[in-house]
Design a protein around this ligand. Sequence first.
Ligand code: FEO
Length: 169
Amino acid sequence: MFSEKISRALNDQINVEFNAAYAYLGMATWCERNAFVGAAVWLRQQYQEEIGHGMKLYHFLLARDCDVELEEIAKPNMKFDSLLAVFEDALQQEQAVSERLERLYQQAFEERAYTTLVELQWFLAEQVEEEKTIRDIVKKLRLVQDDPSALLEIDRALGERGGEGVQVQ
Ligand code: FEO
């Protein structure tokens, strides 16, 4: 069992992960409807990863004999001006999640919640990966601007994303 504060913060993080998942699904939908089918594949994979993140915390809380409180998930944005705008939003979302996880880590540190610290280390490392991957995509999209053939090439490459990552149990 954790303190009420840590337990609430971990439950909130489950909600953040599921909201992130839904946001990626919204982005994927816009991409699919606007001929960026490769980006849609990439973003749906990311949707699944975020569900995996939420489920990892869900199982962690249950394993520590804590209550799980599932909260509402917001309607995601499904209107974007460009593929670049999609990935800029994604990067912003990941940066916000990273900051949140760092605050959560700080809180767990102050409360000497050791098992939570170990659990959160995995998430912090994952954020470094995710931010880097998305930042690289944003850089490429800024570079090519509106060049259709370059955009389609990036889209094709995004569609090759494999299905690695946390499995939903
Ligand atoms: Fe689970 Fe991308 O934050």
